[in-house]
Design a protein around this ligand. Structure first.
Ligand code: FES
Length: 171
């Protein structure tokens, strides 16, 4: 089964240097610095905590504390495509449970997890603000509504990695 512990990435910490340089010694810059790091890697790699702390003259535990405190920061890699399935009341009464079940079964992950190929991250939300489309889900910035099982499948297919991408290593 795919768990977030299974999804680990080698990160090139050389790419961190210009970001650290821009905030060197500026303790006030911790949050904007972390935002820049997340823009670069898609999350805050654990290996980046110590160099960040050194650069700002903080303890690693202080940096880790901020990363953990703010929900805007992710501590594990995120998928290329973020699927958000609505679990709000309007969607619930119109079958969001089945939508979520199909997505989970097809991707082999639970909410909060990312597929090992880093193509999908699955999340649930309380309301996507499109109750008239219930049951609703979003993939990245696109809304998909009035979802029946075949439609859920076709949306997932639409975002699946292409055979070309998968076969890049050949030849
Ligand atoms: S309850 Fe699902 S979009 Fe509002």
């Amino acid at each position: 089964m795919a768990t977030n512990e299974a999804v680990q990435q080698e990160v090139d910490l050389d790419e961190l240097e210009p970001i650290l340089e821009a905030f060197k010694g500026e303790r006030w810059g911790l949050i904007p610095l972390l935002q820049r790091v997340q823009e670069k890697y898609g999350y805050i790699p654990p290996d980046a905590i110590e160099p960040i702390a050194r650069s700002l003259r903080l303890f690693p535990s202080e940096v880790q504390g901020v990363v953990t405190f703010y929900s805007q920061f992710y501590t594990t890699p995120r998928g290329k495509n973020i699927i958000r399935v609505c679990r709000g009341t309007a969607c619930h009464v119109r079958g969001s449970g089945s939508v979520l079940k199909i997505v989970k079964q097809n991707l082999g992950i639970e909410p909060g997890e990312t597929t090992p190929d880093l193509n999908f991250t699955l999340e649930t939300v309380a309301c996507l603000g499109a109750c008239f489309l219930a049951p609703t889900m979003m993939v990245n910035r696109e809304y998909y509504g009035k979802l029946a099982p075949p439609r859920v499948m076709s949306v997932l297919k639409q975002y699946a990695p292409s055979k070309k991408e998968e076969g890049n290593g050949e030849g």
